[in-house]
Design a protein around this ligand. Structure first.
Ligand code: GDP
Ligand code: MG
Length: 163
């Protein structure tokens, strides 16, 4: 079977934007169960000839603002269970939030390989915004911009090295 990469992070960091950029039109499955929405978007792609599956876990949304933390934790659990490598996505414009720290703790304890992607680094002038994210404890953050398509190759290179 293809190795699995899962993208995890709180709502609005840009998970789906990056997922779509990575898979292009190769969307494999969309699951939607009533009640709790558990859409898991699976796609396929390859990097340097190495095929992999990729999951956008962000479809796991529970209604209600106070439930965001719960849905983010569910995503992280799903990714820990299913993925060979986890892309932990954060937002350079917002900085580190409590939700980010909670996810970081879960991922850290899981001992799964994690690549930290700092999205919304939309131009070179903003590279310094990634430094605060070293404190999350996942090594070198990878600066990306889903909006501008920057750093996606660096991200896939880092993730595929851990597969
Ligand atoms: P998700 O909830 O994590 O799946 O995030 P989305 O992919 O839905 O994106 C959330 C918002 O961030 C949308 O308004 C996107 O257009 C915006 N966004 C995504 N990537 C970038 C980026 O690289 N730069 C900027 N400035 N905005 C972005
Ligand atoms: Mg999304």
């Amino acid at each position: 079977a293809r190795p699995v990469i899962a993208i995890v992070g709180r709502p609005n960091v840009g998970k789906s934007t990056i997922f779509n950029r990575i898979i292009g039109d190769r969307l494999a499955i969309v699951e939607d169960k009533p009640g709790v929405t558990r859409d898991r978007l699976y796609g396929t792609a390859e990097w340097n000839g190495k095929p992999f599956s990729i999951i956008d876990t962000g479809g796991i949304e529970i209604d209600g603002d106070d439930e965001i933390m719960r849905s983010v934790k569910m995503q992280a659990e799903l990714a820990i269970a299913e993925a060979d490598v986890i892309v932990f996505m954060v937002d350079a414009k917002v900085g580190i939030t409590h939700a980010d720290e909670e996810v970081a703790q879960m991922l850290y304890r899981s001992k799964k390989p994690v690549v930290l992607a700092v999205n919304k680094v939309d131009n070179e002038n903003r590279q310094e915004e990634v430094y605060e994210f070293y404190s999350l404890g996942f090594g070198d953050p990878i600066a990306i911009s889903g909006a501008h398509g920057l750093g996606i190759g660096d991200l896939l290179e880092a993730a595929s090295m851990l597969l």
